[in-house]
Design a protein around this ligand. Structure first.
Ligand SMILES: *[C@@H]1O[C@H](CO)[C@@H](O)[C@H](O)[C@H]1NC(C)=O
Ligand SMILES: *[C@@H]1O[C@H](CO)[C@@H](O)[C@H](O)[C@H]1NC(C)=O
Ligand SMILES: *[C@@H]1O[C@H](CO)[C@@H](O)[C@H](O)[C@H]1NC(C)=O
Length: 326
């Protein structure tokens, strides 16, 4: 057994599920005593960071994946930056406890350009020099760079696309109007202490994180090594007769799934069917495939995105997709 299958074996054990202890007669030609013993091959065609953290290692600026929740405490006021009323008006820097209104969700545009979204979903933008969160339309929002102190990455400055840094001028006034910054002193209103309050590590994060050039290579490598034909041999030789493979809704538009997903997962799934076909009960893969296909067909219509603002984290579609794909 290779190293990979050892690791995979652990994953299977973690995921081991007996899907149905008895198959209803209406589903097939098998007798009622037939038992489906299946293994869940998670983390393969739908990435999950906890299953393969190393997949995320090569992402540039990997603290700032899409959907990350960040909190910023002003070193000068000692209070958190927060969206007044949770959004819809100005940003202030007078909040004492970090929770919802103080958490900003990142939209990762590329490795060092982000949009920030507040609790009520508005994007952080500028109104003159004032920092506000009033628009729900991403293209009207501001983009930001987060500049880390070189020897303490939790101390940061936020720079707007106009080149000005944000400052907590007072507890009640946050502006983007500082063009020159100096050292990282504690009385500097442009410096914030950043806390990562939430992380997301899914397929969106990994493909978006690597970006359009690198992601296809990384995913291809992952798909071709994480689960291989030998794994199917191993499953079958251990008395299991089915495999459950979670797939993402975007597989329905393979080989050209919507950004940032990359094509090729359908090919990997095809291989799985091929490997399964010779080893597992044939009716099951055929039955499952039919189900999968009809589900995906429905999904495709529902989820065809036509807007550049179409994003997965925290959206309703995503919740639906999770239900449908898990
Ligand atoms: C980095 O800055 C934070 C906030 O000021 C501080 O709590 C932490 O001790 C610093 N870390 C190091 C390694 O200096
Ligand atoms: C923070 O400042 C805003 C704007 O002046 C004010 O409405 C709010 O009550 C203040 N919040 C706290 C916790 O002091
Ligand atoms: C998608 O396109 C349809 C038809 O052109 C339009 O009605 C709808 O508003 C668009 N959706 C988005 C999110 O832009």
């Amino acid at each position: 057994m290779t190293m990979t299958s050892c690791v995979n074996l652990k994953i299977w054990l973690l995921n081991f599920v007996i899907l149905f202890s008895m198959v209803s007669l209406s589903h097939g030609r098998l007798n009622a005593q037939f038992q489906v013993k299946a293994v869940n091959l998670g983390g393969w065609l739908v990435t999950e960071g906890w299953m393969k953290p190393s997949l995320f290692d090569g992402i540039p600026n990997k603290d700032f994946l899409d959907g990350t929740g960040l909190q910023f405490k002003s070193v000068m006021t000692g209070k958190y930056l927060c969206a007044e009323s949770g959004g819809g008006t100005i940003l202030v820097a007078n909040c004492t406890d970090a929770s919802g209104w103080e958490t900003f969700r990142l939209w990762r545009i590329n490795e060092d350009t982000f949009r920030l979204r507040v609790f009520n979903k508005q994007f952080v933008g500028l109104d003159g020099i004032n920092v506000v969160a009033v628009s729900n339309i991403c293209t009207y929002s501001e983009t930001f760079h987060i500049v880390k102190e070189s020897d303490n990455s939790s101390r940061i400055r936020i720079k707007a696309s106009n080149g000005y840094f944000l400052q907590a001028k007072t507890q009640e006034l946050v502006t983007a109007d500082v063009s020159e910054v100096r050292e990282w002193e504690d009385d500097d209103p442009t410096i914030f202490v950043m806390t990562i309050a939430a992380r997301l590590q899914g397929e969106f994060q990994v493909t978006n994180g690597y970006g359009p050039t690198k992601a296809p290579q990384v995913m291809k490598e992952h798909w071709s090594t994480f689960i291989v034909e030998n794994d199917f041999k191993f499953i079958a030789s251990n008395g299991l007769n089915a495999a459950r493979i979670p797939v993402g809704w975007w597989i329905a538009s393979d080989p050209n799934p919507p950004w940032p997903y990359v094509g090729g997962s359908l090919h990997a799934l095809d291989n799985a069917f091929l490997w399964a076909h010779t080893r597992f009960t044939k009716w099951l893969s055929a039955w499952w495939f039919k189900r999968w296909f009809s589900r995906m067909g429905k999904n495709k219509q529902k989820h065809s995105p036509n807007s550049s603002c179409y994003r997965i984290p925290n959206c309703k579609v995503c919740e639906e997709a999770k239900l449908l794909c898990s």
